[in-house]
Design a protein around this ligand. Sequence first.
Ligand SMILES: Cc1cc2nc3c(=O)[nH]c(=O)nc-3n(C[C@H](O)[C@H](O)[C@H](O)COP(=O)(O)OP(=O)(O)OC[C@H]3O[C@@H](n4cnc5c(N)ncnc54)[C@H](O)[C@@H]3O)c2cc1C
Length: 329
Amino acid sequence: MADTPLAQALRTLLGPDRVLDDPAAREAYSRDATPLFKGLPEVIVTPHSTAEVSEVVKFARQSKTPIIARGAGSNLCAATVPLQGGIVLSMMQMKQILEVSRNELLAVVQPGVSTQQLDDAVAKEGLMYVPDPGSKTVSTIGGNVATSAGGLRGLKYGTTKNYILALEAVLGTGEIIRTGGRLVKDVAGYDITRLLIGSEGTLAIFTEITTVLSPRPKASKYGVAYFNNLADASVAVDSIVASGILPATLEFLDNTCIKAVEDFAHLGLDKEAGALLLFGDDGSAESVAKAVTEMADISSSARGVRAVTLAPDVAAAEALLYARRCSLP
Ligand SMILES: Cc1cc2nc3c(=O)[nH]c(=O)nc-3n(C[C@H](O)[C@H](O)[C@H](O)COP(=O)(O)OP(=O)(O)OC[C@H]3O[C@@H](n4cnc5c(N)ncnc54)[C@H](O)[C@@H]3O)c2cc1C
């Protein structure tokens, strides 16, 4: 198949190995995790550097070609479906962890690093990348920043926006900017970093991200409570929060989700329950044991409770977390 003028121009600009336009690639990038939406891109460009991102953006601007930045495509709002054709800019080849500083409690990464990959890498240093979206095994840090992804630990720790110190980004003009710095106390002036976080690819394309890390908690523990219905589970949530506990995890699934997850993952969930409340905490062994026991006690005496169990070991806790991660988002 002959090159289209767009593919030809981009190959001349970046080299042949950065541009995909075969039917299989175009089909693969015509969808993301969102059901029902589809749009064929004309080309997929896979930059390896900030300079290449800048070149492509300048080209798209000059030629008035639609362009969409894409990480893993795990978003659920068709944000990376190229409904107007044009260029899908896949950031997946910019996948290096550039620095992990134990002393400064930060990491500097390229946007295509996966959330899990970063957390695994910093775990070796006794550190934790805190945001943990349910999609973390596939989602990219660039996509997480662009959506300010939250996760199972959001109640206690917040979302991605609470962990980003600095960004390098390419604006719609192709200009490369740097925002923020390496210090948590870098607070003077307009907070451009926070403006860009959550902008879903509309304001800039992130090419380098500096993120805060935390010491890895020494212990964690999880439990599950089943209720007759969602309203009863909500009352238990209110009681737990009002008791002064700020748990790392306090998330519920309704009956439809419980059934779907159980049919998919076969974890032994109670499919008859109207709601499932997953609770858990992390920290020191003593504080975790105390918080989780208190949450179990509060749930046990709450209205409409059917059963409360604590995960006896890490494998059982992981199974509970997996149940939550299976349900979107
Ligand atoms: C099973 C499952 C569980 C999920 N759980 C959660 C959850 O717990 N919490 C949550 O918040 N979300 C969740 N999501 C949604 C999704 O995973 C997140 O929004 C995630 O942050 C998207 O990352 P991504 O790399 O897949 O980005 P993509 O889906 O590729 O892109 C998302 C947005 O970011 C933009 N973008 C991507 N990379 C860049 C970049 N480098 N620069 C600028 N813009 C960019 C895109 O243009 C798009 O607007 C879940 C999705 C699934 C499928």
